[in-house]
Structures are given as structure tokens and as C-alpha cells.
Design a protein around this ligand. Structure first.
Ligand code: FES
Ligand code: FES
Length: 212
């Protein structure tokens, strides 16, 4: 993993470290692409409100509004998985280090375990469940199947979301670029060569969609 994709790792020494402060620190110290991925500025609950009380939040997920009443510290990942029932984004590390939780927010790839749901209000969240058009798989999903780009599949939804963004960012021009800009997504099964092949296969179709 390079400096570009390394993020802060809370240790036992700072276990009491406030998540909001951690997010602000991570966003301030990391550089692209991971800085773009830990979206979510520090967000405080409304003035005078007990932060331990649930707050009303409406998330826009895959084109639909999802009204929630949740703890103000809830991450996008937990909101998706525990409150909305979309379990495609996976919780691997919960510390911004593995990429298994990657979703798109307003077109940018984001590690949803480090993004507060409150901060994502008013933004378009796209998860792996929203990538296909009905029964028609997204070109990147099809390419992952065609290239056997997974084994256990745990990292796969994050890999695919990140791969789509990688292409759209213009970072899929060669193998080295793909490896570099996908290095924030870990695969414990080491399907990396197949993932690179899948991205190369899907890139022309995705680039064509952007131009079209
Ligand atoms: Fe979010 Fe690992 S679960 S980066
Ligand atoms: Fe198993 Fe990537 S396919 S972790």
C-alpha cells in the first residue's frame, strides 16, 4: 500500500478519539484518491440537541429517499447495512483501510465506514445494489464475472464500486495506474491480476457511457 492510499489507523491509545475528529483528521492528512474517499466533513448534531439522542436523517440511496431516525454518530455503512437493509457494501476493517465498504457519493468513491450519515444528507449515494439496470449487469460487474475476479467475494462489491470510479477518474489507462489507484481495495484472496483484467475489459464501455 502506498502513501497515497494509506489512512490513519486508530490505535488502542486513541480508542476514545471522537469519530468526528478522526474523520476530519483523515480527510485533512490523506491525499487522493483516499482523501476523496473518506467524504464527510465533521458534522455536529443540531445546536442544543443531546448527541446521544437519535436524529432524523434522510439519505438518498440508489435514487430513492430513505428517511431514518438514527444515532448522529451512525456511519453511512451502518445506515446502509443495519437500517436500510442494503448489505452489499461490506464491513471489513471499519477503519478505512480495506475498501470493502466503498460506495459512491455524488460520483466519488468513498469509504462508507468513515463517512457519517449526517454528512451524506442531500447527496446521491450509489451502492453495488444500484449499479445494474434491472437484470442488466453493469459492464464492470460483468467483467468481474468474465475474468473470475473474485474468490470468496467479500471484497468484491467494494472492488467493483472502486473500479468504476477508477475508470471514470481516468486512472485505468495501464496496469500500473490501475494497481496504484485500486490499491486502497484489499483482496485477501489475492485476485489482483484478475481484477486488473476485469477493469481493462470494462473500461472502454464505461468511458463510452461517459462520452455518450
Ligand atoms: Fe471501510 Fe474497511 S470497512 S475501509
Ligand atoms: Fe476474497 Fe477478495 S475475493 S477477499
Amino acid at each position: 500500500m502506498t502513501d497515497k492510499t494509506r489512512s490513519a489507523n486508530p490505535t488502542s491509545a486513541n480508542r476514545g478519539f471522537n469519530r468526528r475528529k478522526f474523520i476530519a483528521a483523515a480527510a485533512g492528512t490523506a491525499v487522493a484518491p483516499l482523501a476523496a474517499r473518506a467524504a464527510g466533513a465533521a458534522v455536529e448534531p443540531p445546536a442544543g440537541q443531546d448527541p446521544s439522542l437519535p436524529v432524523d436523517v434522510t439519505l438518498r440511496v440508489n435514487g430513492a429517499n430513505k428517511p431514518l431516525n438514527i444515532d448522529s454518530r451512525t456511519t453511512v455503512l451502518d445506515a446502509l447495512r443495519e437500517h436500510i437493509g442494503l448489505t452489499g457494501a461490506k464491513k471489513g476493517c471499519d477503519h478505512g483501510q480495506c475498501g470493502a465498504c466503498t460506495v459512491m457519493i455524488d460520483g466519488r468513491r468513498v469509504v462508507s465506514c468513515l463517512t457519517l450519515a449526517l454528512a451524506a444528507q442531500g447527496q446521491e449515494i450509489v451502492t453495488i445494489e444500484g449499479l445494474s439496470k434491472g437484470s442488466q449487469l453493469h459492464p464492470m460487474q460483468q467483467a468481474f464475472i468474465d475474468n473470475d475476479a473474485f474468490q470468496c467475494g467479500y471484497c468484491t462489491s467494494g472492488q467493483i464500486m472502486s473500479a468504476v470510479a477508477c475508470v471514470k477518474e481516468g486512472h485505468a489507462g495501464n496496469d500500473d495506474d490501475i494497481r496504484e489507484y485500486m490499491s486502497g481495495n484489499l483482496c485477501r484472496c489475492a485476485a489482483y491480476p484478475n481484477i486488473v483484467a476485469a477493469i481493462k475489459q470494462a473500461a472502454p464501455a464505461i468511458s463510452g457511457q461517459q462520452k455518450g
